[in-house]
Design a protein around this ligand. Sequence first.
Ligand code: HEC
Ligand code: HEC
Length: 288
Amino acid sequence: MATTLAPNGVHDEPARQHRRLDFPTQRPHSLCGARCGRWYRQHAHGTRCRARGARRDAPLPWKWVKLDPLESGRLAYRYYKEKGGCGSASYLSLLTLLKQKAGYPWTTMPDMLMVHAAAGFGGHGTLCGALAGASVIINMVTYGEKRDEYLQNNAIVDRMFWWYAEQDFPSERFDDLSPLPKQIKVKAMSPLCHTSVSKWSLAAGVKDLHDAAKIERCAKVAGDVVYIVTTALNEFFDGKWVAPVWRPSKEVEHCIGCHGPGTPTQKPRRWNQQGHMECLMCHEDHTA
Ligand code: HEC
Ligand code: HEC
């Protein structure tokens, strides 16, 4: 059927879905953990236990603890190679440190949640997976925060994408871990995996994306993203993070004036496009 992704999708299995919904009442002690389990075994109808089980459904935001940006960045570099690419690299490096240093509820998150984001999600070349994995954590710790008048809690995500597009990747921050230090640097131009990787590969003369040089480059990019995100979140929760106001580049400033989206200082005439990417990557300038 057109509505399911898999040929034998979940729509065909109402019985299994039903069982899954019943799960908490059938096996409460496995949800509540060992201490609660003992209590439950002594009392056949574990209402108190179920209440603790409900605590598992921890609402956002979850606690951020101060992390060392270099430590998390280095872990991301390593995880790129060991844990399935850029999506895992960023998400799992931050998650691992949060599990270690903050514990519950981070300990309930699955390690491989973002592995599908590699190569711009399933090899599709859309959003860079390092940005995707990091933005999951950003949302989980800042959800509901309203410190920025412009984009509220999404500001860190937006600024991270914008920062990424402007970077000459990769930095030399992780060169001591790398068999290929001092690689050629190229501006990513957009948060898209396809442009970021393709512009670099052309400049580096890499013709096959399985090339060790490309793997190194992307592992370092994942490290760079996590380094910056850790720095921003540390500052945010220290009350020191000031969202830099988005400024369109010179080439597209006039586009924004007419098409939006507005900035705090500039209201568009028409808000008929959304996005902070470089317009000329895809459009001709019809006013030139
Ligand atoms: C002086 C105002 C102005 C500026 C500056 C401007 N545009 Fe437009 N643009 C318009 C108007 C008016 C239209 C007509 C369609 C509409 O907005 O409904 C239009 C249409 C478009 C369309 C839709 C074309 C179509 O096929 O319908 C695109 C895409 C676009 N502009 C992109 C840009 C980009 C990119 C820039 C900067 C490089 C830019 N515009 C600068 C006013 C402007
Ligand atoms: C990744 C490619 C890409 C980028 C980057 C991009 N656009 Fe577009 N934009 C498109 C496509 C595709 C459409 C659909 C219309 C078309 O085919 O021209 C579109 C449509 C539009 C329209 C018409 C929307 C409407 O509903 O009338 C405007 C206006 C526009 N873009 C402005 C911009 C501006 C301004 C920027 C920069 C801030 C920008 N675009 C960046 C790909 C892009």
